[in-house]
Design a binder for this molecule. Sequence first.
Ligand code: NDP
Length: 247
Amino acid sequence: MTKRFENKVVVITGGSDGIGLMTAKLFATEGAHVYITGRQQERLDEAVKGIGRGAVGVQGDVSNFADLDRLYERIQRDHGKVDVVFANAGISESAPLGGIEEAHFDRVFTTNVKGLVFTVQKALPLMKAGGTVILTGSASGSKGLPNLSIYSATKAAIRSLARTWTTDLKSQGIRVNVVSPGVILTPALQTYLRDNEGAEEALKQMTPFGRLGQADEVAKAVLFLASNESSFIAGEELFVDGGFMAV
Ligand code: NDP
């Protein structure tokens, strides 16, 4: 069977766990050269081992320009191009409006929006031959989920970025879309469920499919959006959410 991403160079931020790691594994299986990032070296090393097939981990924080520059300098040396950017690194924090501190606001916006913007911007010189960009949004960017205002606002911003970039980047042959997960069982969600008794049941009840999603269900959608199978889909937001947005 033909591999859809043979010799394609794929960058995945936040690729050392959860949705990013699962996506890296699928891209590698389909022949891609995968570069993943994450802040913790040990987690990154573990992930690289798990992906195999020559995956490369470049330690760094998406909101740090020097770290992003190191990532793309490495890819420039290895391959001289980028075909796919999956700007996926993101953090979530919750608080009622009255309890939101400046540091909470700064952390979440700096990682989820600033980090994502410059992950894509700094890839552009390596995407002269075109390519695809997939941004990780969230169903929460369109729903009024309790105490998630800042996180949700970052995800709504991401949808807006994808639409503008669809226009801005079309002359460079770059197609941009958003994948927006519903409730997906990843280490981030597991921490949340541990700290919030009854949350798992409540989240399942809010999901028509009656269960939590799995990381590979999101990863498969990312590969679709990165492939030619979605060649006329641009500026869209694809929800992978078991019907969460339908109710
Ligand atoms: P996880 O916490 O399971 O994994 C997050 C990954 O991102 C880790 O590899 C982590 O590594 C890395 N990361 C976090 N912050 C940074 C940073 N500043 N710079 C570089 N890497 C970073 O998260 P998920 O897989 O659950 O989430 C991935 C994306 O999906 C996020 O954008 C999230 O908002 C979104 N999402 C998830 C949902 C879910 O239900 N799980 C629902 C909707 C959206 P390290 O900590 O070492 O940096």
